[in-house]
Ligand binder design. Structure first.
Ligand SMILES: [Zn+2]
Length: 287
């Protein structure tokens, strides 16, 4: 049975913390390096529901993609919701480890998992890491489809392939547009529009697209936009990460049990569909 320090060393080899962005806060948030680990839970968000799930599962390690604390804090008092998470975890001997932007740019990384969930073939990174001679690490991925499909069909299959969220999948562009090549970026991807345009792909799958960057991207090129819930674009990484740790456990004879949380922690919980009679006319055609 491995100690927490053994498991963390293996996770750090998958997602080296030094490859995280400068502003990021990755690594072990709480946990005793000498504690035994038998069960590991993977999830996107270190929220209370997930901490409770780790306890109910009897896990000794919770691995999340999003940091609990991104900036400094002066308190972990249980009166704050983050402090409550820390208390729940420590009282129940559950460690918390975060792999965020270091997992984004890894090989395989968050966007590889997203591409895999969407059934896309990865050609290479959208923004390659200059220090990767193999040219496989970096932000986002450029992908190809096995057969070209219409944008509306692509969006429907994306909605079916990703975890169900209130938002579903939004698209911008001609529904009949042919999609052969796609850029994907798990999480908030509206900072990569220049690279996506330079890649010359037909569509861009990401999350959290805001009005102005999306509007300007639509004006500048016929690029179709496919916007899913942030949670939904990153959840596939949990399955990929659990499978990676399973393989390491098998190689080392650790006998770890890994679980992927099915709890949807997307903060949006409902979506009111637009009414056909609502104004202004949503097609843009004159009334
Ligand atoms: Zn994220």
């Amino acid at each position: 049975m491995p100690a927490l320090s053994d498991v963390i060393r293996a996770l750090d080899a998958l997602w080296p913390p030094e490859r995280a962005e400068q502003w990021d806060a990755v690594g072990t948030v709480c946990g005793d390096p000498d504690a035994d680990v038998t069960t590991v839970l993977f999830a996107v968000d270190p929220v209370r529901q997930i901490a409770d799930e780790a306890v109910a599962l009897g896990a000794q390690l919770l691995v999340t993609h999003h940091p609990l604390y991104l900036r400094g804090t002066t308190t972990v008092a249980a009166g704050t919701f983050k402090g409550r998470v820390v208390h729940t975890l420590i009282k129940n001997d559950v460690a918390l480890h975060v792999a965020h932007t270091n997992a984004d740019r890894a090989d395989p990384g968050v966007s590889d998992a997203l591409a895999g969930a969407l059934g896309l073939r990865v050609v290479g990174p959208l923004v390659p890491d200059p220090d990767d001679p193999a040219g496989r690490r970096g932000l986002g991925r450029i992908c190809e489809l096995d057969r070209p499909v219409r944008l509306e069909e692509f969006a429907r299959s994306a909605a079916a392939a990703l975890p169900a969220t209130a938002q579903g999948v939004r698209t911008a562009g001609d529904p009949a547009r042919t999609v052969r090549t796609v850029a994907v970026c798990g999480g908030s991807g509206d900072s990569l529009f220049a690279e996506v345009r330079a890649a010359g792909v037909d569509a861009y799958v990401t999350a959290d697209l805001r009005h102005h960057p999306a509007s300007e991207a639509r004006e500048q090129s016929p690029l179709a936009l496919v916007d899913a819930a942030h949670f939904a674009t990153e959840w596939p990484w949990c399955e990929q990460a659990a499978a990676q740790l399973d393989a390491i456990s098998d190689r080392n004879g650790w006998g770890l049990r890994t679980h992927v949380s099915r709890t949807v922690t997307d903060p949006w919980t409902a979506h009111a569909a637009p009414s056909a009679t609502a104004t202004p006319n949503t097609t843009g055609a004159p009334n």
